[in-house]
Design a protein around this ligand. Structure first.
Ligand code: VIB
Length: 226
């Protein structure tokens, strides 16, 4: 091939710049940062996020199934373990602090925005290959790290005990989380360097769809949609 274009994750982001910005700087995020987000909206979001995490774990299991190398299989396995053994437990504990019991989480009806986003990711993985699946997961994995960084550099952001959402911000701003985000970006950079322009355009569509579904997830929380 004579075409020497080398794509990177940044090219996905700039191809969907408007949607990406609307996701990162969503009203839900701005209000959470300013400590003005209604508690009921945050609680609705937290409950649906429990269901989101379960399906997200399934997506990592699918990534394991779609792996062609031992390194990719290990990476998917680590991701699945992190969610099942660690993040879901932390999420249940955090919900408890907000007065949401585990029994309530287990009986939750799934909001349509949760269903749309998670099933889109799973379908993209089934239809495509491991790269399609990672691109569908990227707004989640990389977006939340960027959101925490955006929150932290806004002048009107309230940090510490005066913001009831401070622990949420701290989690995604943590070095542990920021490292995971960078690792995902590096993985994508390496894979995207090898794709053709036509393949890149397919991946842009996946990335845009997933970003728009993240926007809908914020709106679902903010407006407490079922
Ligand atoms: C709607 C929604 N989107 C993204 C995340 C963030 N998130 C969930 S799992 C994961 C990867 C870590 O294994 C990340 C970054 C969320 N909680 N809810």
């Amino acid at each position: 091939m004579t075409d020497t274009t080398q794509y990177r994750f940044d090219d996905l982001r700039s191809a969907c710049a408007e949607d990406w910005r609307a996701y990162i700087r969503h009203d839900f995020v701005a209000q959470l940062a300013d400590a003005t987000l209604p508690r009921a909206s945050f609680e609705h979001y937290l409950k649906q996020d429990y269901l989101f995490l379960i399906h997200f774990a399934r997506a990592f299991a699918l990534a394991a199934y779609k792996s062609r190398t031992l390194a990719d299989l290990r990476q998917a396995h680590e991701g699945l373990k992190a969610i099942v053994d660690l993040e879901l437990g932390l999420h249940v504990d955090y919900c408890q602090e907000w007065g949401i019991r585990e029994a309530e989480l287990e009986a939750l009806p799934e909001a349509r925005a949760t269903m749309a986003y998670t099933r889109y990711v799973l379908d993209t993985g089934h239809r495509g290959d491991l790269l399609d699946l990672h691109v569908a997961l990227a707004p989640c994995v990389i977006g939340y790290g960027e959101i925490a960084n955006w929150i932290n550099q806004r002048p009107s952001t309230v940090r510490g005990a005066d913001n009831p959402y401070d622990a949420w911000i701290a989690m995604y701003a943590s070095t542990e989380f920021q490292d995971a985000m960078r690792a995902e970006q590096e993985w994508l950079d390496a894979r995207l360097a090898e794709v053709t322009p036509a393949r890149f355009q397919e991946l842009v569509m996946v990335f845009r769809d997933a970003t728009r579904l993240e926007i809908d997830f914020w709106a679902m929380g903010l407006e407490r949609r079922a």
